[in-house]
Design a protein around this ligand. Structure first.
Ligand code: PMP
Length: 391
């Protein structure tokens, strides 16, 4: 009897494995300084404080039980209070939905908000985790480039004037991954106005907003319109292993997300949500903890930009990060960063070629550098190695 091999769903046809994840496998080598990973520094994660919170949490048998799909009630209260302060209006608990990292919010929202073929506007370069989700949802993806003030709203307006009707616009408003830039306050207001005028959703994907170096990030896009669904998580301030993220969305969106979450995983972890509740309510400790991360990342970011400018001068333009984890750099000559990567790995340094994040622009001469996991001397050595790879 001949075998008939069952098919996968047709909507998966355009999916590829993340180039970054494939690359990460190569950069695990001890002799390579990796600026590729995009990970928060594990040395700055509060292991002892988490252990204490876990011990306390385990005194309550409920933390080992299933919880509500929308999240551990105490955590939803805490997030409602924090987000009320950030957004500048009173956010009811019913608008807070806890997810398995903000990545799950992206994935559930794509199912709730997108019909196959729906138009999704993303930034170019884009967060690859969002691209994967929107591609899997069968969306038609159109990219709007970034400049130093974030998404080019003039280009978005041109698209709208040409008759494009997006179902949603995805933006990483603060300290962009991978672009390193922050959406300017005036553009935030305008984006919200456009969403209301043209009837599209905005997903404000903001996992980095707390990681500012010198001054807090501008008011969220969500502070300008309820049509902006705001996502964040504790991955970059506490630990990604807690897998605690959240979404602030109108209740009709949250209710639809709830039905899908029930099907996806029933509920998040009561244990890690209670640990997160404990840490987020220990406000004096939290302020000092987040401050230490800001200081360390800020020092590292400055060390990396200084080394890049000293070494490459006009040959390389790089962003001046004001927060977050990334620098986006562009060679001003014909250096092809994908072609250069094998030589860079031989020289002992890894980065992600810009092409991995490109949607329409090819970004052949660009690269993303993550400064979070190396100290200043190591970052300077990494730039020396990059320079020797270029020759
Ligand atoms: N959005 C952006 C822009 C990210 O960079 C990331 C992770 N690096 C996420 C969402 C997902 O993070 P998490 O699921 O850990 O909250």
């Amino acid at each position: 009897m001949s075998l008939t091999i069952p098919a996968l769903a047709g909507k998966l046809a355009g999916l590829q494995s993340s180039a970054i994840r494939d690359l990460l496998k190569l950069t695990a080598r001890e002799d390579i300084i990796s600026l590729a990973g995009g990970l928060p520094d594990a040395a700055l994660m509060p292991r002892e404080r988490i252990a204490r919170a876990a011990e306390t949490a385990l005194c309550d048998p409920a933390v080992l039980q299933y919880t509500e799909s929308s999240g551990w009630p105490a955590l939803r209260e805490v997030i409602a209070a924090r987000e009320s302060a950030a957004i500048g209006r009173s956010v009811p608990v019913g608008e807070v939905f806890i997810t398995h990292g903000s990545q799950q919010a992206l994935s559930l929202l794509a199912e709730v908000l997108l019909d196959p073929g729906a138009l999704v506007i993303v930034e170019d370069p884009a967060y690859v985790g969002a691209l994967q989700v929107f591609r899997a949802a069968g969306a038609r993806i159109v990219a709007v480039p970034l400049d130093s003030d974030g998404m080019r709203l003039d280009i978005l307006e041109d698209l709208l004037a040409a008759g494009e009707r997006p179902a949603l616009v995805h933006t990483v408003s603060n300290f962009h991954n991978p672009g390193g830039v922050t959406l300017a306050p005036e553009r935030r207001r305008r984006l919200a106005e456009l969403a209301e005028a043209h009837g599209f959703w905005v997903i404000e994907d903001d996992p980095y907003g707390e990681l500012w170096f010198d001054r807090p990030a501008p008011a969220p896009v969500a502070s300008y319109s309820p049509q902006v669904i705001r996502l964040s998580s504790v991955s970059k301030i506490l630990s990604p292993a807690l897998r605690v993220g959240w979404m602030i969305a109108p209740e009709r969106v949250s209710r639809a997300v709830e039905l899908l979450k029930q099907g996806a995983d029933l509920c998040g972890s009561s244990l890690t949500q209670q640990i997160t509740t404990d840490l987020l309510t220990d406000t004096t400790w939290l302020a000092a903890h987040v401050d230490a991360i800001r200081t360390t990342y800020g020092t590292r970011a400055r060390a990396l930009t200084t080394a890049l400018r000293t070494t490459f001068a006009d040959r390389l333009h790089c962003t001046d990060p004001t927060g977050g984890m990334f620098i986006w750099a562009e060679f001003t000559d014909t250096t092809d960063t994908t072609a250069l990567l094998p030589a860079a790995l031989d020289a002992g340094v890894a980065y992600v070629p810009g092409g991995a994040f490109a949607v329409t622009n090819t970004a052949d001469n660009s690269l993303r550098l993550c400064f979070t996991t190396s100290d200043e001397a190591t970052l300077t050595a990494a730039v020396d190695r990059l320079s020797s790879a270029i020759g």
